[in-house]
Design a binder for this molecule. Structure first.
Ligand code: DC
Length: 233
C-alpha cells in the first residue's frame, strides 16, 4: 500500500497532537509534533537567558544561537510516540511548561527560526508515511500533502482541555491565565508575517468541539477511505 502525507494544522490546544498520535499508531506512520520543535528552540533560548524574564526581544542574538540548537525525536515504545530531544536531552516535560508557552509564539515568528524548522520538517517527511502537525504544515511544509486537516474547536472547550491537562501534570494555573495564553498565541500565530496559521484552500475543516478522540480518529479514517487516498498516486 502506498504511503501518504497527512498534514494537520489548527489553533492551539484543539487536539491536533492527540489525533495525530492516534493516526500515526493506527497507520504505522511517523508522527512529528512541529510545535515541540519551536518549543525546544524557545526553551534553549530561555535557558541561555536570551528570551523571557522581561528580556527585550533580540532577534540578532537569537539568530546567532540557532546553529547550537539540535532538535531530534526518539520513539518511546511505552508512550507510542516520538519524544523531543534538545541537544541529546529529553525535554518533553520542560517544553510544555507555561513560561515556554508564553514565549514560543514570538520566537516562532522569526523568519530564520522558521526556515531552520521547515527545512528539518521537510527532511523528516521526505519519504511520506508521516503525520505532521503544526501551524503551517499544509501551506508551507507539505503543500502537496494528500490529506490536509484544519482543526478548530470552541475557545472554551480548548481552554478547559488545556487547563485539565496542565492541572493533571501539577501546574496549578488559573482558567483565565490559560485562556489568555491561548488567545494571545492564536492571535500571534495567525497574524505573523512568515507562514501564518491559515487554512490551506484544500484542507478539510475538523471542528472537534463536540467530538471525542475516537470519533475524530474514525472521521479521518473514513475520510481516507472515502477519498481513496491509499490508491492515490
Ligand atoms: O502546537 P504547540 O502549541 O505546541 O505550538 C507551540 C507554538 O509553536 C505555537 O503557538 C506556534 C508555534 N508553531 C509554529 O509557529 N509553527 C508550527 N508548525 C508549529 C508550532
Amino acid at each position: 500500500m502506498n504511503q501518504i502525507t497527512i498534514a494537520i494544522d489548527g489553533y492551539s490546544s484543539c487536539g491536533k497532537s492527540t489525533l495525530a498520535k492516534a493516526l500515526a499508531v493506527k497507520l504505522g506512520y511517523k508522527y512529528v509534533d512541529t510545535g515541540a520543535m519551536y518549543r525546544c528552540t524557545t526553551y534553549y533560548l530561555m535557558q541561555k537567558d536570551i528570551v523571557g524574564n522581561g528580556k527585550i526581544f533580540n532577534a540578532e542574538q537569537i539568530i546567532k544561537e540557532l546553529e547550537h540548537i539540535v532538535i531530534t525525536f526518539q520513539y518511546n515504545p511505552t508512550l507510542r510516540f516520538s519524544e523531543a530531544y534538545l541537544n541529546q536531552v529529553n525535554v518533553e516535560k520542560e517544553i510544555r511548561q507555561m513560561p515556554v508557552s508564553e514565549n514560543v509564539s514570538k520566537v516562532s515568528a522569526l523568519k530564520e527560526v522558521r526556515q531552520k524548522m521547515v527545512s528539518l520538517q521537510k527532511l523528516m517527511g521526505k519519504n511520506k508515511g508521516v503525520v505532521m502537525e503544526g501551524r503551517d504544515i499544509g501551506t508551507a511544509v507539505f503543500p502537496n500533502a494528500e490529506l490536509k486537516l484544519f482543526m478548530t474547536a470552541d475557545i472554551d472547550v480548548r481552554v478547559q482541555r488545556r487547563y485539565d491537562e496542565l492541572h493533571s501534570k501539577g501546574t496549578m494555573i488559573s482558567y483565565d491565565e490559560v485562556k489568555k495564553n491561548l488567545q494571545e498565541r492564536d492571535f500571534d500565530d495567525t497574524n505573523r508575517k512568515e507562514n501564518p496559521l491559515v487554512k490551506a484552500s484544500d484542507a478539510i475543516i475538523l471542528d472537534n468541539s463536540d467530538l471525542n478522540p475516537q470519533q475524530q480518529l474514525d472521521f479521518v479514517l473514513r475520510l481516507i477511505d472515502d477519498l481513496q487516498l491509499f490508491k492515490a498516486k
